[in-house]
Design a protein around this ligand. Structure first.
Ligand SMILES: [Zn+2]
Length: 113
């Protein structure tokens, strides 16, 4: 017999980056800490491979699901090493492009912004 899953008590309709990181922490932190950064990073790489495959020949909903998986595994690693993603993103991109400081990047195309 298949394992029974409890019905979801609530369903999110919107989520901020901070809320998502908290959600992933609640759902997986114990397992993620036990697995550690190295093992978790391998899962992220595997998911990135799956995203590449979906981008190449997946249906739109498959591509979207792979983006969600990659973001979840990236978020998991941030939890394991104690990085606040919302804070990190705001610090790096909250004042515009880290290269040119503008909200619409004007960096030279040859360089990484
Ligand atoms: Zn720029």
């Amino acid at each position: 017999m298949a394992e029974m899953r409890p019905p979801p008590k609530e369903c999110l309709s919107e989520v901020t980056l901070r809320e998502f990181q908290d959600l992933i922490r609640k759902m997986y932190m114990e397992k993620d800490e036990a697995r550690g950064v190295d093992g978790t990073f391998m899962w992220l790489m595997e998911e990135i491979g799956e995203l590449a495959g979906a981008l190449r020949d997946g249906k739109p909903e498959e591509i979207a699901a792979e983006f969600a998986d990659v973001l979840a595994w990236l978020t998991t690693i941030a939890n394991v090493v104690g990085v606040d993603l919302s804070e990190a993103v705001l610090k790096k991109y909250g004042s515009g492009c880290p290269g040119c400081g503008r909200f619409v990047c004007t960096c030279d195309d040859a360089g990484k912004p």
